[in-house]
Ligand binder design. Structure first.
Ligand code: GLY
Length: 386
């Protein structure tokens, strides 16, 4: 189903109170209510608890776990593999390189060969254990191997738990751009254990808050209230607060994806902060500025554009700016060559025939998508970088 109606706080209210009740009391199950292939996002404290709540495909005999060395070193992969073996599966593990470099065609070709060697058959399972890179790569492997096999997403970063692992976007990068080759391939489930976040560096955990703030701004003001009230405890990694933030953000994402799986309408709202954010990431080599940090910078740009156009209220711009800064996220980007910025924005696959369409806010939880004149964007960037 595709709809242009924004997801409202009322849509989420009843789910939210259930979530708050469950956040301290076992895993919370958030349905991604797709008509063809509904699946759960299970959010809990530790991996064994969360994985117990997930039904594996009845016919699966073999699981190929795709992961990276730091995720193994943190102990997460052993826990996942034990749960898979306890469920009767034969488990194979394949490590890919750390970082965005792993999302390339060579790595994907190696993974296809691993699937052939295992062998992984039509009824079997790919299991992605790690952050967004692993989720996107293993998800695309699952989308393409044997014309599509099941994938279980086990995200172990905050960014992946609240955004990347939910919604079925999978893909790899080309020299010319990020995620240019990809497919929609929904997982059978998403298993989020907030204990895995304790093993992240503070910077990696904090970058995930860029996407959490985005969810608050586009659909759930309660997220912003929680972050404002408890910023220090969230930054210190309080697991109950993190669990509630993951639950609430996953509810926003699940509701949007269920309403517009293929981004024909409101799924674009999830791109708040991403238009300029992608340019920042791309022009700084995908390592100097992390994705969630770039989203924070891009969110400030989008809100300022809305303010300039008389669309976004001043107090909302100031509130978001202050919250992002309080969370330790950057609110101003590095100085970038403006022609290069426009060249990257122009190549973004979200650009339509009508030009660059920006996600703006008409108010809190009131996203809108609008074409904006380049002169207005340039004026905002000049002002922010002055
Ligand atoms: N990360 C944005 C989306 O999944 O649509």
């Amino acid at each position: 189903m595709t709809t242009d109606r924004p997801i409202t706080g009322a849509d989420l209210a009843h789910e939210r109170s259930d979530a708050a009740a469950q956040a301290t009391d076992g895993p919370t199950v958030i349905p991604v209510a797709l008509v063809d292939a509904p699946y759960p996002v299970v959010v809990g404290r530790d991996l064994p608890e969360v994985l117990t709540a997930i039904d594996l495909p009845a016919g699966a005999a073999t699981a190929l776990v795709v992961t990276q060395e730091p995720v193994v070193a943190a102990g997460h992969v052993d826990l996942v593999e034990t749960a898979l073996r306890d469920a009767g599966l034969t488990v194979h593990r394949h490590l890919v390189r750390d970082g965005e470099v792993a999302k390339d065609a060579d790595t994907l070709a190696q993974l296809w060969q691993v699937c052939a060697d295992v062998p992984l058959t039509r009824g079997d399972l790919v299991v992605a254990v790690g952050g967004g890179v692993v989720g996107d790569l293993a998800g695309f492997l699952a989308a393409t191997w044997n014309r599509g096999v099941a994938v279980l997403q086990v995200p172990t970063t905050l960014l992946a738990q609240v955004d990347a692992a939910i919604g079925g976007k999978t893909g790899i990068n080309l020299g010319g751009g990020k995620n240019l080759v990809g497919a929609f391939h929904q997982p059978i489930a998403v298993a989020c254990a907030v204990d895995t976040l304790a093993t992240l560096s503070p910077r990696i955990r904090t970058e995930g808050l860029g996407e959490v703030v985005k969810c608050g701004l586009i659909a759930d003001p309660g997220i912003l209230d929680l972050l404002e009230t408890c910023a220090a405890d969230v930054l210190a990694g309080d697991p109950e607060l993190l669990q509630e933030l993951v639950v609430r953000s996953a509810q926003v994402k699940a509701a949007v994806v269920a309403a517009d799986e293929r981004e024909g309408g409101i799924r674009a709202h999830l791109n708040l902060g991403h238009t300029y954010g992608h340019a920042v990431e791309s022009l700084t080599g995908y390592s100097e500025v992390l994705h969630g940090e770039a989203v924070a910078i891009g969110t400030v740009v989008a809100l300022r554009i809305g303010q300039r156009l008389g669309c976004t209220p001043d107090d909302l711009v100031e509130r978001a700016d202050a919250l992002l800064a309080r969370l330790g996220l950057p609110t101003r980007g590095p100085a970038l060559d403006r022609e290069q910025v426009w060249s990257v924005i122009g190549r973004d696959k979200k650009v339509t025939r009508d030009g660059v369409r920006w996600v703006l806010l008409e108010g809190l939880a009131m996203p809108t998508v609008q074409a904006v004149d380049r002169a207005d964007v340039d004026a905002v960037l000049d002002d922010l970088l002055a």
